[in-house]
Design a protein around this ligand. Structure first.
Ligand code: DOR
Ligand code: ZN
Length: 477
């Protein structure tokens, strides 16, 4: 008897949308085809009227472990993921202490193994900087002494890390000084080392000095309201981002590292990347839901909770880039901070951290746009599953419905309408609360086991398994 049969659904396979059954045994897809192939199954799911997609893979979750678990932890974060159709989450190293050595990577794996409800891996930092002055937001200049950890890079690859992460952002929390880098010479050295591992390096692009300068200019006259911060960040269409990306492109060209650029959303940077890709540069691009679904007009109502908004022009440009292939994947930048941390931002926007929870809501928001005809279901699925697995070297184990792959699915009801509510995230808010979505995940399956049905989580913390990165070699730990 086989473990699981999913029947009567439309299935988005490697060959397109097919009316087919899926047969699952031992956590793997073992057959696609007619129901008659199977005599008996332990569990049968009737997916009539629904679509079965490959489970989502998020490569930009901030699950805040260790050290910042008052905002989120592996259980709450991965439960939110499961409820949103995510079956594998790769999380970020800006925790306390930061994940930047083999020892800390192994420690983090252990914590996640005991608490996650979906599969997981981690990105790791490549620096362990020291600071000379007290870290003060926009006050005293932070004097960072960069300490690149070149010798950790190959060790972490062999230990199965998913890839590396560098923050060009300002070295002030939530961008920890240990992981911050604003020195192009050191970038080159690190890229050369990462290139040897063939893993991707994810970079958060930014030019801190431009932001500092703009904030000062725009806050003259004492403005510290959320709108003033939006004006500073989006000055010249988001120069603070565009110029960071302009610095990264030649560094990639010189070193040939597999560069994955995060949070890309400015129209100018999309054009630069388009042309670099045409010339054969190995660059992949991440887009985030907050740059597609939060509008500048939301700042009036949501204040600090909508601080991630970009401009209307950039939103348009980003949708175009999703459809023409300039953007390779959508990842969440799920960055929860508590309400108590965010509220003071109504008065002093510079005193609060940056980011919003996203992981539970991005699929329904995207499916709503599929229903509106703005993007096709096939393109969305590529952006949240297949392309992600390919870029991070875990394809075809993950990211596709194909024989031999892990049985990771999300079953969606494209006709169901719901209003977004605050979900499993510990931070207790979402910028999308009250929005009506049409197209929602109703069942999430990880390695053949139903982990979520109708928003309820059905497995215990610890069900999730570590998914080693592509350079993993057994016995290296
Ligand atoms: O919005 C963000 N928040 N971007 C980052 O890179 C860091 C993150 C966080 O940790 O809150
Ligand atoms: Zn982030």
């Amino acid at each position: 008897m086989i473990d699981l049969l999913i029947k009567n659904g439309e299935v988005l396979t490697a060959y397109g949308l097919l009316k087919t059954c899926i047969v699952v045994n031992d956590g793997k897809i073992v057959g696609l085809g007619s129901e008659n192939l199977v005599s008996q199954a332990q569990k049968v799911i009737d997916a009539s009227g629904k679509i079965v997609l490959p489970g989502l893979i998020d490569t930009h979750s901030h699950f805040r472990e260790p050290g910042l678990t008052y905002k989120e932890d592996y259980t709450t974060g991965t439960m939110a993921g499961a409820a949103g159709g995510v079956t594998t989450a790769i999380d970020m190293p800006n925790v306390k202490p930061p994940t930047n050595t083999l020892e800390r990577f192994e420690e983090k794996k252990k914590i996640a193994k005991s608490k996650a409800v979906i599969d997981f891996n981690h990105l790791v930092g490549v620096t362990d900087n020291k600071t000379e002055t007290e870290v003060a937001r926009r006050g005293e200049r932070l004097n960072v002494i960069y300490v690149p950890l070149l010798e950790e890079i190959p060790k972490l690859a062999k230990a199965g890390a998913a890839g590396y992460k560098i923050f060009m952002a300002d070295g002030v929390y939530p961008h920890p000084a240990e992981l911050f880098l604003d020195d192009d010479g050191i970038f080159l050295e690190l890229f050369e080392e990462v290139k040897k591992t063939r893993l991707t390096v994810s970079v958060h692009p930014y030019t801190t000095k431009i932001l500092d300068h703009d904030i000062e200019r725009f806050s003259r006259g004492g403005r510290t309201d959320p709108q003033s911060f939006w004006e500073a960040r989006n000055h010249y269409g988001g120069m603070v981002w565009t110029s960071g990306i302009a610095r990264l492109l030649p560094l990639q060209k010189a070193t040939q590292v597999r560069l994955h650029v995060l949070h890309v959303h400015t129209s100018d940077s999309l054009n630069m990347i388009r042309s670099a890709k045409t010339q054969g540069q190995s660059i992949t691009v991440e887009a985030n839901p907050q740059h597609l679904f939060i509008k500048p007009s939301d700042i009036k109502k949501l204040g600090p909770f909508a601080v991630t908004a970009t401009t209307e022009d950039n939103i348009e440009a980003l949708w175009e880039a999703l459809n023409d292939g300039t953007v390779d994947l959508i990842a969440t930048d799920h960055a929860p901070h508590t309400k108590e941390e965010m509220e003071p931002g109504w008065k002093d926007i510079h005193g609060i951290p940056y980011g919003a929870p996203e992981i539970q809501d991005y699929l329904p928001l995207l499916l709503t746009e599929v229903n509106r005809g703005r993007i096709s279901l096939e393109t969305v699925s590529k952006l949240v599953s297949e392309n992600v697995a390919k870029i991070f070297g875990i394809y075809p184990r993950k990211g596709v419905i194909s024989i031999g792959s892990d049985a990771d699915f999300v079953i969606v009801d494209m006709k169901r309408e719901e209003k977004i509510k605050v979900g499993y995230t510990k931070c207790g808010w979402t910028p999308y609360e009250g929005r009506t979505v049409k197209g929602v995940p109703v069942i999430t399956i990880v390695r053949g086991t139903v982990v979520m049905e109708n928003s309820e989580i059905l497995v215990k913390p610890g069900y999730g398994e570590w998914v080693p990165g592509p350079a993993y070699s057994r016995g290296s730990e």
